[in-house]
Each structure stands twice: as structure tokens, then as C-alpha cells.
Design a protein around this ligand. Structure first.
Ligand code: C5P
Length: 262
């Protein structure tokens, strides 16, 4: 047990492997400073376009060297052949998760899953979990209509989540308020990774429809993504421990309610 507050019971400590820290910075040096600071507290670091374009694949290896996992958040969307090859390259880099746009098609997702699985078996590497992005939270009903989708945003989210599941995706990236609906539609075992989470004690930044870590875990999220509330905290390590303590409350509360998945 550590003397630091908040004290986390051993099972709660395992929840750090369900916390994904968004490494949204401009330089490899800043990324490494944060990884050094947080690698013992956070299980997974998310690398998106901003950092990947500035630092290249080496930044993924840097995180892995510190003993943490990587979610490579490049949201692939291209012809099936190209996305499948990109997925194989991500697997060879050693990432734990990468993502694709579900709107890229059933075939794009299915082929990516098949080729990544085959390559990983052949080369003896761990297969990354492949996540699908359904409808970006920056899009509203009007945006969908302009690209020919007449349906409500929530219906399109569920339609794409189901399609992703059938195509072999391991889960989706989903906004807090979509968790329950996707869980009902896609069942247990389909991973839900949720950004747009804010600890009870911090501000909203530009996230509009947020839940706290406790609420998101209680609603059925498997992994939470947080960036600025940790990065900009006066004590980022303390902020992580607070988030994990909140996650633990929601996780164990959900597990105690019969019929609800945590
Ligand atoms: O700093 P913050 O906690 O808002 O970071 C959340 C991370 O999750 C960012 O990398 C952001 O791009 C990503 N994200 C999001 N909302 C979505 C999808 C991804 O905030 N709907």
C-alpha cells in the first residue's frame, strides 16, 4: 500500500489499465516528460495525429520502453487494402489498440481484422484490439443530413456499432451518453472506450456532454480517455489517482447491480 491519497485498494489499482491518458502534445520531449511522470500510474497512453505527425513511430516505442501500452488513435478511413496494411503496420509497432472509422465500410473493417489477425499469428505478435469510431461527437443531425444520412445521430451510432461488431471489431470509441445504448445493442464483451469524461472536481474545457469517471464506469464503459484534466493539473499524478478512485466507485457499483455489466 502506498501512503499517497487517495488510497486505492489492490483491485481498484488494476483499474489503471482501464485509464487511457491522451498524450496530446506537440513534441517528443514533452511526451516523454509526461510518460516518465505517469507511466507507473496510467496503463495506456493515447497517441493521436498531432503527436504522431510531429514525432513519428519512435514516440510509440518510447511509451512501450516505459512499460505502458499505446492506443494509436489515427482513425483510419481508406480503401480496405490500405487500412488493412496500416493495421498490420500498427500491430508490428506493438500498439495495444488502434482505430478505424466504421463508416469506411464493413469490408474495410472485416479485411483489416482478418489481415491483422493473420499477420500477428504468423509473426508471433500480440494482436492489437481494433476499435471503431461511429459518429464523431463534433457532428450533429444537420452535418449527417449534408452527407446523405437522414437518420438521427443516435440511430446512426448504434447502426455503425452493430456493423463494427459484425465485422470483427473489438469495440467502439463512444461518447459518455452513448454508452448505455451501445451496450444494449452490442452486448457484453464489446469494448466501449469513452472520452469526454471529467472528474467531479474539474472544469469542462470544450467537452460539452460529459460524465464523471464514476458515472461513465457505472454506465458500462470499459476504458476511459482523459487528457487535459490530468495534463493541466497542478499534480498530474494526484489527479490520476483521483480519477482511478472515482472509476473504482462506478466499476464496483455497477458490478454489484445484477444484470448490469461493469
Ligand atoms: O483533454 P481531453 O480529456 O478532452 O481529451 C480527450 C481525448 O479524447 C482527446 O485526444 C480527444 O481528441 C479525444 N476525443 C474526444 N471526444 C471524442 C473522441 C475523441 O475528446 N468524441
Amino acid at each position: 500500500m502506498s501512503g499517497r491519497w487517495p488510497y486505492l485498494p489492490p483491485r481498484a489499482d488494476a483499474l489503471r489499465h482501464r485509464l487511457i491518458f491522451a498524450l496530446d502534445v506537440d513534441t517528443p520531449a514533452e511526451a516523454e516528460r509526461l510518460v516518465r511522470l505517469l507511466a507507473k500510474e496510467v496503463g495506456i497512453f493515447k497517441i493521436g495525429k498531432q503527436l504522431f505527425l510531429a514525432a513519428g513511430p519512435e514516440v510509440v516505442r518510447m511509451v512501450l520502453r516505459h512499460g505502458a501500452d499505446v492506443f494509436l488513435d489515427l482513425k483510419f478511413h481508406d480503401i480496405p487494402h490500405t487500412v488493412a496494411k496500416a493495421g498490420v503496420a500498427a500491430a508490428r509497432l506493438g500498439v495495444r489498440f488502434f482505430d478505424v472509422h466504421a463508416s469506411g465500410s464493413f469490408e474495410m473493417m472485416e479485411r483489416t481484422h482478418a489481415e491483422v489477425t493473420r499477420a500477428c499469428r504468423r509473426e508471433g505478435i500480440r494482436r492489437p484490439r481494433i476499435l471503431a469510431v461511429t459518429v464523431l461527437t463534433s457532428l450533429n443531425k444537420g452535418d449527417l443530413r449534408r452527407v446523405g444520412v437522414a437518420d438521427e445521430v443516435e440511430h446512426q451510432v448504434v447502426r455503425l456499432a452493430r456493423l463494427a461488431r459484425r465485422a470483427g471489431m473489438d469495440g467502439v470509441v463512444a461518447a459518455p451518453l452513448e454508452i448505455a445504448r451501445i451496450r444494449r445493442a452490442c452486448g457484453r464483451g464489446f469494448l466501449i472506450v469513452t472520452p469526454g469524461v471529467r472528474p467531479a472536481s474539474t472544469g469542462l474545457d470544450d467537452q460539452k456532454r460529459v460524465l464523471t469517471p464514476e458515472e461513465a464506469m457505472r454506465a458500462g464503459a470499459d476504458y476511459l480517455v482523459l487528457g487535459r484534466p490530468i495534463r493541466d493539473a497542478r499534480d498530474p499524478r494526484g489527479a490520476v489517482r483521483e480519477v482511478i478512485a472515482e472509476m473504482a466507485r462506478g466499476y464496483f457499483a455497477a458490478r454489484l447491480r445484477p444484470g448490469v455489466r461493469a
